[in-house]
Design a protein around this ligand. Structure first.
Ligand code: GDP
Ligand code: IMO
Ligand code: MG
Length: 424
């Protein structure tokens, strides 16, 4: 069975936890988009792992991990992640494969991300400053891009970095009055990256297709969430990759028809980090209740996440474009203690009712959420492991979301740990 697991909101849905659980039955786990902007938390017993580039299957020692072509790899972060895991007795020798075609995020990308955000002032996107936008722009622009394969020919790379530094320094000086970057410094770091990462670099497309032929089961792990998709999300308040499941085939070099099941991950409410429209946002005591109870602070940047009610219009859209078969809903426990819970079932835009999500920021900014209000529950549910043992109002809430999204909710999270999961 091959799975694709993808976020259906604005990221941080709890994909790390769900991937870790499903990975028990997978031979290979594949990261196919995004970069170190992602922060995926996996909790095993009393140990918590915050992963940025390595697939969330990595904590299972027999799982093969693959980072494919469309991931923009920050070698510094990746090397740190590999070494941190090694100190915790999780080793990656012979079970990590990185695409030779993946682009590298280098220091000047992070610098450019920061300078651009600062210069935008109140119009900034609120990026993670991990250099994602500038690296993806260089990828699409082609002439000044660096890929993992470039580490195999250091003399050629030295010359390339020289021309990149000349080009970037003109931009940094003209637009930002910033200090120049040094090609020599970047080159020295690249030699270090080559030393550490070359053993892992390979043709991952070939590896994956051979694995499929050999009958291996593969889990494709999406980063971010569908509403942050560069083409189908709330542009320009999105990330720079195809973060919906539509990004999986191009991102991994494997056709979507090889996937047996597309599993979408949501929270029982909605969160968002960074700027952009958010029709169900609760910038009030309800949002704060959710933030405190759900510990809604970014895994990568530590920023407080914006919190709001579940948006069935947004999730239905994400499930539709993503061919989602079923949903895993995390953080049901976080809603306990609220007297009433609201769910957005439609929008009102310019006086008209709309049920199809407009991935057009101007339209979405004018959307008012139309809510269905249901009673909440008081009981702590963090120890419940059977759907029928949930308080009736919690069961009804799940069934309402199934009806509004048109998808079965087959996995329910009642806490961060593996065992705090209900299967239906
Ligand atoms: P991801 O980016 O989608 O992998 O999600 P993050 O790891 O950034 O954020 C999800 C957070 O919620 C992490 O701290 C998880 O440990 C935690 N989490 C996951 N599922 C649940 C759940 O069902 N209940 C609670 N309370 N926490 C959860
Ligand atoms: P995971 O995989 C939540 C958001 C940023 C910002 C926008 C653009 O953990 O769900 P970028 O640095 O990508 O240029 O920032 O996208 N963003 C995320 N929000 N979870 C993520 O990843 C995110 N990755 C990027 O906050 O609004
Ligand atoms: Mg996250």
């Amino acid at each position: 069975m091959n799975y694709c697991i993808v976020g259906l909101q604005w990221g941080d849905e709890g994909k790390g936890k769900v991937v870790d659980i499903i990975a028990e039955h997978s031979d290979i786990v594949v990261r196919y988009n995004g970069g170190a902007n992602a922060g995926h938390t996996v909790v095993v017993g009393d140990n918590s792992f915050a992963l940025h580039l390595l697939p969330s299957g990595v904590v299972r020692p027999d799982t093969t991990c693959v980072i494919t072509n469309a991931v923009v790899v920050d070698p510094d972060t990746l090397i740190k992640e590999i070494e941190t895991l090694a100190r915790r007795n999780i080793t990656l020798t012979d079970r990590l494969f990185i695409s030779e075609n993946a682009h590298m995020v280098l220091d000047y990308h992070k610098k450019e991300d920061q300078l651009r955000e600062e210069s935008l002032g109140k119009n900034k996107i609120g990026t993670t400053i991990r250099g994602i936008g500038p690296c993806c722009a260089d990828k699409v622009g082609r002439s000044y891009a660096v890929r993992m394969a470039d580490l195999t020919d250091l003399e050629k790379l030295r010359a390339k970095l020289q021309s990149i530094a000349e080009y970037k320094n003109k931009i940094f000086a003209a637009l930002y009055d910033a200090e120049p970057i040094s090609a020599d410094d970047i080159f020295e770091k690249c030699k270090f990256y080559a030393d550490k990462l070359l053993p892992f670099i390979t043709d991952t497309t070939e590896f994956l297709h051979k694995s499929i032929t050999a009958g291996k089961s593969i889990l494709f792990e999406g980063a971010q969430g569908t509403l942050l998709d560069i083409d189908h999300g709330t542009f320009p308040y999105v990330t720079s990759s195809n973060a919906s499941s539509l990004g999986m085939p191009a991102g991994a070099g494997v056709p979507a028809k090889m996937v047996d099941k597309f599993l979408g991950v949501v929270k029982a409410y909605t969160t968002r980090v960074g700027a952009g429209p958010f029709p169900t946002e609760q910038d009030n005591e309800i949002g704060q209740y959710i933030r405190d109870k759900g510990n809604e602070y970014g895994t990568t940047t530590g920023r407080p996440r914006r919190c709001g009610w579940f948006d069935a219009v947004a999730v239905s859209y994400a499930a539709t474009i993503g061919a989602i078969d079923s949903i895993a809903m995390m953080h049901l426990d976080t809603l306990a203690g609220l007297k009433e819970i609201k769910v957005c079932r439609a929008y009102k835009i310019n006086g008209q009712q709309a049920s199809f999500f407009p991935a057009n920021t101007a339209k979405l900014s004018r959307a008012t959420a139309l809510y269905e209000t249901v009673p909440g529950w008081e009981e702590d549910i963090t120890e419940v492991n059977d759907f029928h043992d949930l308080p009736p109002n919690a069961q009804n809430y799940i069934m309402l979301l199934e009806e509004l999204t048109g998808r079965p909710i087959t996995i329910i999270g009642v806490g961060p740990k593996r065992k705090q999961t209900i299967f239906r």
